[in-house]
Design a protein around this ligand. Structure first.
Ligand code: IVH
Length: 669
């Protein structure tokens, strides 16, 4: 019986991995998503019923790995070097000359390969099974992120040829369209945006929870192998081998001459915007592995390969105007309005000008012909002006000293280049704040989009957030294109929003640095706005995931809120929004209630993050350093200086067994 089940599991694993390969690698699926899901569900059910039969290469291993708090550091068997960069034909010709001089009388062939703009990763396979994935780190040692790598469908859990022991290196990347979608979602959630797919890939690989990584649509190109019984003699054969083993390799061509290399380079330089992923150049590699060996390495890079980078995408156009945008926290940023121009596959009509200093330094003037560039960033920037094209009547740009919306004087912090409007009732800020308040991940108020917000502010119906809750059918009747039905819809939406939980309300208030995630953390830690406003800077700083900068900024802006802010008072007491965590969310009394706890050393049963989450659920608060305020230290294996300090300060200490006993008593373990 068990044998039958083991056989069925093996068959399902093989079949499912084959379908994943056909879908992700060959781009030629042979079954529907629904059929695939059925097979996967069958496998999951069998594995759940017979955990001992679960296989390491099962596709179910691609999701559901447990979160970790720290990635172990692992030393690379061979250092992960980088490549020398070149930016001109001359550089490449010099490289070719050096290569040929070192290999007199030998024919040299090159492989031309795309240089993927992603993050390098090393994969270790033993007996064809993926056993470890390690980031480049400092080149000598990196982070072990195997659980995260397993979620990437184009990384085989098992190679398609048995019995292979090898290391494979390649690049993890995100396709441009996946990146755009991901950033759009972050914008909607009011999370900071990633500048480019590479940063977003790096950020994703560092996530502690593989379930989140699985949602990021990461992909993998393999470009290097070191096999124990390496039978390949050429790099081009290595790429073929990688393909045969089930990996995807970057587009490449063998080139007998430099002229071929330059032809390919020129072709990709003009067509690269059409690729679904970003490349920042090409790599030229000596094809023969024996020649590669003999050319050897410098301290940083192989002498047998060279990156030939593309220039950043640039275009020239006219600067029609400079507009100041006022954000919801009052930050005023200058934006260049341009004569629309094509750049890197899209039409560009706006570019970033950063701040007043930048405009002055580059002497950017309205009417100038400017060079714009799309580097790694989402929004292009103005690189320089062309003074030869400057109109005779051009005048230096004077950065306004008044808010474009409310005309109050702009201020600038000594250390910040940003100009700010400090007027709390500035209509532009108010509009941004209302839009944010109503947005999907904040109060999610249906019928309160930008157009309605604009009218509400313009007509003077809403002067602050709390006015929203005083609107009625009669006052809304004054708005254009707002029939009775839409007015009622909006009022219903507002009424429903009163039920939104405290973390959403906190996020919706639009306090600087308080995005959706920080709001949830603060809610869990402090429970109510009153408690949050009374928090000391140390308590804020010690809050999980909140760094010193955010803590300081929060500390500066919070205490003034409830006492001074009439708006908050009204939101809380008249509109009756939720300003506390709901009773059932709040922690039941426990040995950790109200305690400040530090976790140190290695726990075998929990990651540090899991332990911290449990303590927080039980009403405790975790901080990272031991001080007089610490009530309790949880000391795992190899606890070091924190344990010594706790003992010196007479802080109570629990070992892991005692900790688990307490968790059990509280009913969470
Ligand atoms: S070969 C000795 N091939 O570029 C390094 N690298 O600056 C051998 N990269 O760290 C790397 N595409 O992360 C190679 N087709 C490709 C590549 C590639 C992207 C990255 C890789 C490397 C960096 C070098």
């Amino acid at each position: 019986m068990t044998q039958d089940i083991a056989q069925r599991i093996a068959a399902l694993v093989d079949e499912l991995e084959e379908h994943l390969y056909r879908y992700h690698v060959l781009d030629a699926p042979t079954i529907s998503d629904q059929e695939f899901d059925l097979l996967l569900a069958e496998l999951q059910a069998l594995e759940e019923a017979h955990p001992a039969l679960k296989r390491p290469d099962s596709p179910t291993q691609r999701v559901g790995g447990a979160p970790t708090s720290d990635f172990p550091t692992v030393r690379h068997a061979r250092p992960m070097l980088s490549l020398d960069n070149s930016y001109s034909r001359q550089d490449v010709e010099d490289f070719d000359r050096r290569v040929r001089q070192s290999l007199p009388d030998e024919a040299v062939e090159y492989v031309f390969e795309l240089k993927i703009d992603g993050v390098a990763l090393s994969l270790i396979y033993q007996d064809s099974l993926l056993v470890r994935a390690v980031t480049r780190g400092d080149g000598v040692q990196g982070d072990e992120i195997t659980a995260n790598a397993r979620t990437i469908p184009t990384i085989p859990l098992r190679l398609r040829q048995p019995g292979i022991n090898c290391e494979i290196r390649g690049e993890v990347y995100m396709e441009s369209s996946d990146f755009a979608q991901f950033n759009a979602q972050r914008a909607a959630d009011d999370e900071p945006l990633f500048a480019n797919p590479r940063n977003s890939t790096a950020g994703s690989l560092k996530l502690q929870d593989p379930n989140l990584v699985a949602k990021r649509n990461l992909r993998f190109f393999a470009y290097w192998i070191h096999a124990e019984d390496g039978s390949q003699t050429r790099h081009s054969e290595c790429l073929e081998t990688l393909r045969a083993w089930g990996l995807i390799v970057p587009e490449h061509q063998r080139c007998a001459s430099l002229a071929d290399v330059f032809d390919h380079y020129d072709r990709y330089a003009t067509t690269r915007a059409a690729l679904p992923y970003e490349i920042d150049g090409v790599v030229i590699k000596v094809d023969s592995l024996s020649q590669q060996e003999r050319l050897g390495y410098t301290a940083k890079s192989p002498r047998s390969a060279m990156a030939y980078k593309f220039p950043a995408y640039q275009a020239r156009t006219r600067l029609l105007d400079i507009h100041l945008q006022v954000g919801r926290t009052g930050a005023v940023t200058p934006v260049a309005f341009l004569e629309p121009v094509r750049l890197a596959g899209s039409t560009i009509a706006r570019a970033s000008l950063h701040n007043a200093d930048e405009i002055r330094r580059k002497d950017i003037r309205i009417g100038d012909t400017v060079l714009i560039e799309k580097g790694g960033d989402v929004i292009p920037k103005v690189v320089e002006v062309d003074p030869s094209e400057r109109p005779d009547d051009s005048v230096e740009y004077a950065f306004p000293n008044q808010c474009p919306s409310c005309k109050s004087p702009l201020t600038r912090d000594a250390e910040e280049a940003v100009a700010r409007c400090d007027n709390p009732i500035c209509p532009a800020q108010l509009r941004r704040r209302l839009e944010h308040f109503a947005s999907r991940n904040a109060m999610d108020i249906e019928g309160l989009g930008p157009a309605v917000v604009e009218q509400l502010v313009e007509q003077g119906l809403v002067k602050d957030l709390s006015d929203l809750y005083e609107l009625d059918v009669a006052s809304l009747g004054a708005l254009e294109r707002m029939g009775e039905k839409s007015a009622q819809n909006l009022l219903d939406g507002l009424a429903r929003s009163k039920e939104q939980s405290f973390d959403r309300v906190l996020f919706a208030l639009g306090i600087r640095h308080v995005g959706a995630t920080v709001a949830r953390t603060l809610t869990r830690t402090f429970g109510s706005l009153d408690a949050l406003c009374k928090a000391s800077i140390e308590e804020l700083e010690a809050t999980h995931e909140i760094g010193p900068t955010i803590a300081r900024s929060l500390y500066a802006s919070l205490p003034a809120l409830p006492a001074l802010d009439r708006v908050l008072y009204k939101l809380k007491n008249k509109a009756k929004l939720q300003f506390e965590m709901e009773a059932e969310e709040a922690a039941p009394p426990s040995p950790f209630s109200g305690k400040t706890v530090v976790i140190t050393g290695t726990l075998s049963g929990y990651s540090r993050d899991e332990a911290a989450a449990l303590i927080e659920r039980l009403g405790g608060k975790t901080t990272s350093s031991v001080s007089k305020k610490t009530d309790l230290l949880i000391a795992g294996e190899k606890a070091g200086s924190k344990l010594a300090k706790a003992q010196a300060l007479d802080v109570a200490v629990l070992d892991e067994a005692a900790f688990i006993a307490q968790l059990k008593e509280a009913g969470v373990a």
